[in-house]
Design a protein. Structure first.
Lengths: 552, 388
C-alpha cells in the first residue's frame, strides 16, 4: 500500500503536464481513494488485477476479467467499456491505463481513472490491451451484469434487456441469484423472462416445465423472445414445438394490435398537423368567405419566425419555442392584416379575384423568403424536452414531438373555439359571418371585424408554422405542401364549421395513414384526394353543412 | 330585354374584330415561316429557328388561354386545373413520339421505350398499345382530356358545385394527377416524363423544316379554334352560357339545363387544352409531370386576366405578352420573375379587372364619346358571382 502511494506520487511528478500542476501538487497530500481517482490509479483492491491485465497474454485475460468482475462494482464499467471497444491502452513506462478518444478528428488519450487529458502522450508510449470477439462478448455481458445491481431500476431493466440477446451460463447464474431479491416489479418481470427463456431451451428439463416457461414467454413482445421461440419451433419435440407455435401466434396478434395503435397514432399526428394548417383557413374562408391562397405562406412565415428566434437566442433553444409561438402569431397575423387592408378589402364579394390576388401574394412572399433566407431548407432544432420518444413496450413507442403537437393542436382548437364563443370579437365575427348587412346595421364595424378575423386566421397559421418546423425542414415551399390539403380539410368538413374542420382533419389524417401500408404513400394521398373530390359531388357543403338561410 | 340586345351586340361587336384578327394572326405566322425559310440568316427580317420554336410555344399557350377563357370569361367557371388537360394531351402526343423512337433509344429495344427497360419491364402496358399509330394518338389527344372533363364536369355541375369550391376541386384534380404521374408504376416515365423524341410522321423533329411546319400548323389551328370558339359563343348555345355566367339560378328557372351546357363547354375547353398540349410537346421536346403542377394552371389564368377575360382576343394577346415577358425576365433577372408574376396577379385583379383589352376599349370609348357607349368588353367582362 505504501509502495503504491509512493509510486503514484512519482508518476504524478513525472507525467502530468504543467497545466495540471496545481492539481498534482495537492495530490500527494490527499489520502486514500481520493488521491487514487485524481491520480489515474485504480482503487487499491483491484490494483494488482489491473496490473495483471497489462501483463497477461490474450488467452489469459478472461480469468483476470472474471476476477475483476467478482470483486468490483459499477466503477468497473468504464474499463470494460473501453476494453470492449478496443480503446483501452496502457503506458509502457508505468503500466497506467488510458483511454483513447476521438475529438474533432484528433486522437487523444485520457486517464482511465483521472479523466484528465494527457496531451504529452503519443502512440509510441502506449500499448494496446488487445481484445478478441470472445472477450468482447464476455465484456458486454459483464457490463450488463454489473448494471444489474445498479441503484436505478431503469438501468437495471435496460441491463436485463441487453442480456436477453445472449444468455450464457454466467448471466443465468447472476440472474438466478438476483431474481428473488429484486424489489422493482418491472425489472423482476424482465428477469423472469430471461430465466424463462433459459428454461424453455433446456432440453434436459421435463416438457411441462418448459411449456410453462414458453407460456410465460408468450406474454412478452421482446424481439429476442420471438427469436428464441422461433428457434424452438424447429426442434424435434412435438409438444414444445406446438407450444412455441401457439406462443408465437399469440405474440403476433398482440404485435398486430400495437401496430394498429401505432398507425392510429401516426394518423392522429398527421391529422393534428392538418388541423393546425387548416384551422386558420376555416376562419378566413368559412367566416369571411375569403379564399386565401397565401395561407400556406402564413404557415411558412411562422416557421421562419421560429428559425429566426432560434438564431437570436442560440443558448436557450429549450425556451425559444415559448418566444416563437407568440412571435409567429404576431408576424403572420400582422402580415395577414396588411394583406386584408391593402388587397382583399378592395375585392370584397369577388371570391375568384380574391383567389387570384392572394395567389399572387403567395408567390411574392415565397420569392421574398427565397431572396432573404436562400432557397435552401433551414433546420430548426427541437427543444430537448420534445425530442426522444415514450416507449410503452418494445413494439410501441410514441415520439414525443408528435405527441406534443397533437396536444398543442387540440389546445389551439379549444382556444379558438373559446375566442369565437366567449369574446366580443367572436360575437362580432359570428354576426358578420351570418348576416353581414344586418350586423352592419346593428353597428358592428364590419371592416374592422374583417381585418381582425383575417389577422386571427393568419396568426393561427403562423402558430401552425411553429409546430411544423418541429417536424419538417423549413423551406420556401413549406406552405405549398399543405395548402391543397388544408383546403380539402375545410371543404370536407363544411365551410364555416370549426368542429367539422376538426373531424375532417383527423379522419383524413387517419385514412391516409391506414391506406399507406396498403398502397404506398403517394397513392394513398391520391386516393384521399379523389375520395374528397367525389365526396364533394355528393355533399357539396361538406360533412357538417351550415343550416339556416345563410347557407344557400 | 335590353340585356338580351346587349348580348346580341356583344356577339356582333366581337365578331367585327374576328376576321381582322385571324388575318393578322395568319399573316404573321406566314411571315415568320417564310422569313425563316427564304431569307438569308444575316437579314434583318430573318427569324431564327430558335425564335420559331419559341413562337410556336407561345401559340400553344395562347390556345390554352383560349380554353381557359371560354369557361372562365364566358361561363364564370374558374378552373385551376386546365394544366391537367394540357398535360394529358401532351402525354398522348408524347407516347406516340416515344413509340416512333423505335430501336434508336439508348437500349436499342424496338418494342419498349427506354424507361420501361430501365424499370425492368418485359412488355408494353395495355394503354401503350396502338399508340404508334398517329391517328390513334390524335384521337387520344382529344378523347382523354375530353373524357376526364366530362366525368369531372358531369359530377361537379350536376351536384351544383360552383365558385371557389369548383376551383379548389380542379386544383386538387391536377395535383392528384401530378402525384400520380410522378410514380414510375404509372408507366409514363415517372419523374423524367417522356423525352428524347426523334421524329414525327417520319419527319425529323430537329430539322428546321419540321419546326417551321409545326409552328405553321399551330398558327393555323389556333386561328381555326379562335373562329370556332367565336362561332359557338355567339350562337344560341353561347348566349345561354353567358346567361349562366350572369345569373345561373335564373337561367335554370327559365328552363335551361344549365349543368348540361356547362359540362359540354367544359369538355370543349378541355379538348382545346389537350390539342394545345399535343402541339406543344413536339416543339419543346419533352413532357413531364411538372406540367400538372397547380402553379402552371394558375399561371394560365393570369394570362387570360392580363389580356382581358371574356374576350377571346384578350386571352390570346395576354398569353403572348405574359410569356414574352417571362422569357425576357427570366433571361435578365431570373429571381425577379416570380415577384413580377405575383405583382401582376395582384395589380391586374385590383386595377385592371377587364385586362388590357378593357383598357383599350375604355380609351376608344373616350376617344369617340359622341357615339353611344357600347364598348365591346363592357358587357362581356362584367362578371357577377351570384352563386359564390
Amino acid at each position: 500500500m505504501r509502495h503504491l502511494l509512493a509510486f503514484c506520487c512519482c508518476l504524478l511528478g513525472l507525467l502530468l503536464p504543467l497545466a495540471h500542476c496545481a492539481e498534482t501538487k495537492q495530490a500527494p497530500l490527499a489520502q486514500g481513494a481520493e488521491s487514487n481517482t485524481t491520480a489515474n490509479q485504480p482503487p487499491a483492491n483491484i490494483a494488482p488485477l489491473v496490473l495483471d491485465l497489462t501483463q497477461a497474454k490474450l488467452n489469459k485475460l478472461l480469468p483476470i476479467l472474471k476476477q475483476l468482475e467478482a470483486v468490483s462494482d459499477e466503477s468497473m464499467v468504464p474499463l470494460f467499456h473501453a476494453m470492449m471497444h478496443g480503446d483501452l491502452y496502457f503506458i509502457k513506462a508505468n503500466r497506467q491505463l488510458v483511454v483513447a478518444t476521438e475529438e474533432s478528428g484528433q486522437r487523444l488519450y485520457k486517464g482511465l481513472y483521472s479523466h484528465v487529458l494527457m496531451p504529452s502522450i503519443s502512440e509510441d508510449d502506449l500499448k494496446k490491451i488487445r481484445v478478441n470477439n470472445r472477450l468482447r462478448g464476455y465484456l458486454r455481458n459483464a457490463i450488463a451484469r454489473v448494471h444489474l445491481t445498479a441503484a436505478s431500476p431503469d438501468v437495471r431493466e435496460a441491463a436485463v434487456r441487453e442480456l436477453l440477446a445472449h444468455l450464457d451460463k454466467d448471466t443465468i447464474a447472476t440472474l438466478e441469484r438476483l431474481y428473488p431479491n429484486e424489489p422493482n416489479k418491472k425489472v423482476k418481470e424482465t428477469m423472469g423472462l430471461a430465466l424463462a427463456m433459459n428454461t424453455a431451451s433446456q432440453t434436459n428439463l421435463p416438457d411441462s416445465t418448459r411449456i410453462a416457461a414458453i407460456d410465460r414467454l408468450s406474454t412478452s413482445l421482446e424481439n429476442d423472445v420471438r427469436n428464441k421461440l422461433t428457434t424452438l419451433t424447429y426442434q424435434d419435440n412435438p409438444a414444445i414445438k406446438s407450444a412455441a407455435q401457439t406462443a408465437l401466434k399469440h405474440i403476433a396478434q398482440r404485435v398486430e394490435r400495437f401496430n394498429f395503435l401505432n398507425q392510429l397514432f401516426f394518423g392522429l399526428s398527421l391529422g393534428s398537423v392538418l388541423l393546425l394548417a387548416s384551422i386558420g383557413l376555416a376562419i378566413t374562408f368559412g367566416v369571411m368567405g375569403v379564399i386565401n391562397m397565401a395561407h400556406g405562406e402564413m404557415i411558412m412565415l411562422g416557421a421562419y419566425t421560429t428559425y429566426v428566434v432560434q438564431l437570436m437566442m442560440p443558448n436557450y433553444i429549450d425556451y425559444s419555442i415559448w418566444v416563437a409561438i407568440p412571435a409567429a402569431f404576431l408576424v403572420s397575423g400582422s402580415v395577414g392584416v396588411l394583406i386584408e387592408r391593402l388587397v382583399i378589402r378592395h375585392l370584397h364579394g369577388r371570391p375568384l379575384e380574391t383567389l387570384l390576388a392572394t395567389f399572387g401574394i403567395s408567390l411574392i412572399l415565397q420569392q421574398l423568403v427565397r431572396t432573404i433566407f436562400s432557397p435552401l431548407n433551414r433546420q430548426v432544432s427541437s427543444p430537448s424536452w420534445m425530442s426522444g420518444s415514450w416507449e410503452i413496450n418494445p413494439v410501441f413507442s410514441l415520439t414525443l414531438n408528435r405527441l406534443y403537437i397533437l396536444a398543442f393542436s387540440l389546445l389551439v382548437f379549444l382556444v379558438l373555439v373559446m375566442v369565437l364563443k366567449k369574446t366580443s370579437l367572436g360575437l362580432n365575427v359570428r354576426a358578420v359571418s351570418q348576416n353581414r348587412n344586418m350586423a352592419k346595421a346593428m353597428g358592428v364595424r364590419t371592416a374592422w371585424v374583417d381585418a381582425m378575423t383575417f389577422g386571427l386566421g393568419s396568426g393561427i397559421a403562423g402558430i401552425a408554422g411553429v409546430a411544423l418546423s418541429q417536424l419538417t425542414n423549413v423551406g420556401p415551399n413549406l406552405g405549398q405542401d399543405y395548402i391543397i390539403n388544408s383546403f380539402m380539410v375545410v371543404v370536407f368538413g363544411g365551410v364555416g364549421n370549426l368542429l367539422g374542420t376538426l373531424v375532417a382533419a383527423f379522419s383524413l389524417g387517419i385514412a391516409t395513414k391506414f391506406l399507406e401500408p396498403v398502397t404506398g404513400a403517394v397513392l394513398s394521398a391520391i386516393l384521399v384526394l379523389v375520395f374528397i373530390i367525389l365526396f364533394i359531388q355528393k355533399r357539396p357543403k361538406g360533412l357538417f353543412p351550415q343550416k339556416g338561410r345563410a347557407a344557400e | 330585354m335590353s340585356r338580351l340586345s346587349q348580348y346580341f351586340s356583344a356577339g356582333r361587336t366581337s365578331g367585327k374584330h374576328t376576321m381582322p384578327f385571324v388575318v393578322i394572326l395568319l399573316a404573321l405566322t406566314a411571315f415568320a415561316c417564310l422569313s425563316n425559310l427564304l431569307l438569308p440568316a444575316d437579314s434583318v427580317f430573318h427569324v431564327s429557328t430558335y425564335s420559331i420554336t419559341l413562337l410556336g410555344k407561345y401559340l400553344c399557350y395562347a390556345m390554352l388561354a383560349l380554353a381557359v377563357d371560354i369557361i372562365w370569361g364566358y361561363c364564370g367557371i374558374l378552373s385551376l386545373g386546365h394544366g391537367a388537360f394540357f398535360a394529358l394531351g401532351g402525354y398522348a402526343m408524347g407516347m406516340y413520339l416515344m413509340r416512333q423512337i423505335g430501336d434508336r433509344g439508348v437500349y436499342g429495344n424496338p418494342n419498349l421505350p427506354d424507361f420501361m427497360i430501365f424499370l425492368g419491364w418485359k412488355q408494353l402496358p395495355w394503354f401503350w398499345h396502338g399508340m404508334d399509330h398517329f391517328w390513334l394518338a390524335m384521337i387520344m389527344v382529344v378523347l382523354v382530356p375530353g373524357l376526364l372533363a366530362f366525368v369531372f364536369g358531369w359530377l361537379a355541375f350536376r351536384s351544383r358545385v360552383t365558385g371557389v369550391y369548383l376551383s379548389i376541386m380542379t386544383q386538387a384534380l391536377t395535383y392528384a394527377l401530378m402525384l400520380a404521374f410522378f410514380r414510375n408504376e404509372m408507366g409514363f416515365g415517372g419523374n423524367n416524363g417522356l423525352t428524347d423524341f426523334k421524329d414525327i410522321l417520319g419527319f425529323d423533329l430537329q430539322s428546321d423544316h419540321t419546326r417551321v411546319a409545326l409552328f405553321a400548323i399551330t398558327g393555323v389551328i389556333l386561328a381555326l379554334l379562335f373562329v370556332i370558339c367565336q362561332k359557338i359563343l355567339s350562337s344560341r348555345f353561347g348566349k345561354v352560357i353567358l346567361a349562366i355566367r350572369d345569373a345561373e339560378a335564373r337561367s335554370r328557372f327559365i328552363g335551361y339545363r344549365t349543368d348540361h351546357y356547362k359540362v359540354w363547354l367544359f369538355v370543349f375547353s378541355a379538348v382545346i387544352a389537350g390539342i394545345a398540349g399535343a402541339l406543344y410537346v413536339p416543339q419543346v421536346g419533352i413532357i413531364n409531370p411538372g406540367e400538372f403542377s397547380p402553379i402552371n394552371s394558375i399561371e394560365m389564368v393570369i394570362w387570360v386576366a392580363v389580356g382581358g377575360r371574356g374576350t377571346l382576343i384578350g386571352a390570346i394577346i395576354g398569353a403572348l405578352l405574359v410569356n414574352y415577358a417571362k422569357t425576357r425576365f427570366t433571361a435578365i433577372m431570373p429571381d425577379a420573375w416570380l415577384f413580377a408574376l405575383g405583382a401582376m396577379f395582384v395589380l391586374v385583379t385590383l386595377y385592371l379587372p377587364k385586362g388590357l383589352v378593357g383598357v383599350y376599349a375604355q380609351l376608344m370609348s373616350k376617344h369617340s364619346s359622341k357615339t353611344p357607349p357600347t364598348p365591346p368588353a363592357n358587357t362581356t367582362a362584367s362578371v357577377k358571382e351570384s352563386n359564390a
